[in-house]
Design a protein around this ligand. Structure first.
Ligand code: SAM
Ligand code: SF4
Length: 472
């Protein structure tokens, strides 16, 4: 069992299936009477990964730029938007339940479905939920102003579902919802074709953003007072600058880290195939680059990796881990894993457990395999029963919890620099993150300001977080 103080690690991973981040949580729509909301007011709820969270910041920016204002509940909004995730079936079901809530009470409101589920289901959404007026996939967000024009002129079935674009989603205004960490998308879409994954279908092919645009955004964020930047992409390290400057991922990392005022640069998610030693060399040499690598492995069995079309073997993955461990910094490594992929034998599963022992991750985001439409694995034979998938997931999580508990013990007595990003009022603690992205909940005699950098010494360790006190 977790210790009482062990509040939970948040990571760079796209682990959560649902995150209502853009605007704070709400009563279920079905409990809300429809009201005379201003047509220029919007409510946006986000499901899924950090890419979605950041897309929502940009969508909000587009709307704010067109004279809309954000409201805190769907009942107050003329325009209700869901930015959706379809990575696992459960995520998609949650979204459909949310949309279904509007069936009888949407009168006058414009309901829109954005993101992965919109792209995946397309026009079908209008058939299933005729009260929905806008369906727009993430690759079409650059058309949002035009689509909103159509809605404002009374069109009740507006769609943006293009995938054949080499443009990325640039906005003049991005509404920032995280006060301490600013996201910058550097690459959209994905050119891999992992057998289980909907992303190439829902987000389209890989498109990198010109380095000048990335660096200009980083400078604007630094001027606005941000000190931590997180570069985003489904395969962030496949970045290739399309402009004549021609930076590769390492070149871009170094350039962002040089922006005056930026103290921490993170990036996620790295694909193992594009993970080269030069990335570690760059972090070793550049103080602003954080000591954390999120490197999803998915399975520890080479035959399953092959069936998943992951393009590396177990040994090749572990070799990359050994480069990271040979680096000059005490790196934190986190990962994603899928259990119960079709054909996964008990031996394959044990290989995943033994890989966890070898890799010594600081966190693992593990999922039971969920068959998805339009993916090569959808109809693969030898499906694993749901009950067995759940059993394997529980075994894996417990195995990893023990690894983390042991790893975290060594931090007791050590001091770390933290960026303070939260307050645990009930416990009279503040929360901050180390460069490794570990959470430390700490006490201090001072009235600390959020956003400050402080030093704290760890006094207790749990598998998911650390407890400490400020040192001066
Ligand atoms: N691009 C990242 C990579 O290559 O590892 C992964 C991005 S994906 C949005 C986030 C995670 O969701 C994956 O690492 C994988 O573990 C999980 N995932 C994706 N498709 C899944 C599926 N069909 N069933 C269960 N988990 C899935
Ligand atoms: Fe999905 Fe694979 Fe692309 Fe990651 S690399 S987004 S898992 S297809």
């Amino acid at each position: 069992m977790n210790k009482p103080f062990d509040i939970g690690i948040d990571s760079l991973s796209s682990a959560s299936e649902t995150s209502t981040l853009t605007i704070s949580p709400l009563p279920e729509p079905s409990q809300i009477p429809a009201s005379d909301a201003s047509p220029k007011s919007f409510y946006l709820e986000t499901f899924g990964c950090q890419m979605n969270v950041h897309d929502s910041e940009k969508v909000s920016g587009v709307l704010l730029g067109r004279g809309y204002h954000a409201v805190k509940t769907p009942s107050e909004a003329g325009l209700v938007l869901y930015n959706t995730c379809s990575i696992r079936e459960r995520a998609a079901q949650k979204v459909f339940a949310r949309i279904g809530d509007w069936k009888t009470i949407s009168n006058g409101k414009v309901i829109g479905v954005l993101g992965c589920l919109a792209q995946q289901e397309g026009e079908e959404i209008f058939e299933r939920a005729p009260w929905v007026s806008l369906v727009c996939g993430s690759a079409s967000y650059r058309r949002l102003p035009e689509l909103i024009d159509q809605i404002e002129s009374g069109n009740r079935r507006v769609m943006g579902l293009d995938l054949d674009t080499d443009e990325t989603f640039e906005t003049e205004i991005t509404r920032r919802d995280n006060l301490f960490r600013a996201y910058i998308t550097i690459i959209e879409g994905c050119d891999y074709s992992c057998a289980y994954c909907v992303v190439p279908h829902t987000r389209g092919p890989e498109r990198s953003r010109p380095s000048d645009a990335v660096l200009a955004e980083a400078r604007r964020l630094a001027d606005a007072g941000y000190t931590e930047i997180q570069l985003l992409g489904q395969t962030v390290n496949s970045y290739r600058d399309p402009s004549p400057r021609g930076l590769d991922f390492v070149g871009l990392l170094r350039a962002v880290a040089e922006v005056k005022g930026i103290r921490r640069v993170r990036f996620t998610t790295s694909h193992p195939n594009d993970f080269h030693r030069e990335i570690i060399d760059a972090i070793d040499e550049t103080p602003a680059l954080c000591d954390h690598i999120h490197l999803p492995v998915q399975s520890g069995s080479t035959p399953i990796l092959r069936a998943m079309r992951r393009t590396y073997t177990r040994d090749e993955y572990l070799e990359k881990i050994s480069w990271i461990r040979a680096g000059r910094r005490p790196y934190s490594i986190t990962s994603d894993a899928i259990v119960g992929f079709p054909g996964e034998t008990e031996k394959d599963f044990e290989d995943t457990l033994s890989l966890l022992d070898s890799a010594q991750f600081d966190a693992v985001f593990a999922f039971t395999y969920s068959p998805r439409p339009n993916t090569p694995a959808q109809h693969m034979p030898d499906a694993i029963p749901e009950e067995e998938k759940s059993r394997r997931l529980a075994v894996l999580l417990e195995h990893q919890r023990q690894i983390q508990a042991k790893r975290n013990e060594i931090f007791v007595g050590q001091s770390f620099e933290l960026l303070v990003d939260g307050r645990r009022t009930k416990r009279d603690q503040w929360a901050g993150r180390t460069t490794c992205n570990r959470i430390v909940n700490f006490t201090t005699p001072r009235e600390i300001l959020l956003g400050e950098y402080v030093q704290a010494r760890v006094t207790q360790a749990g598998p998911n977080s650390l407890v400490g006190e400020q040192v001066f």
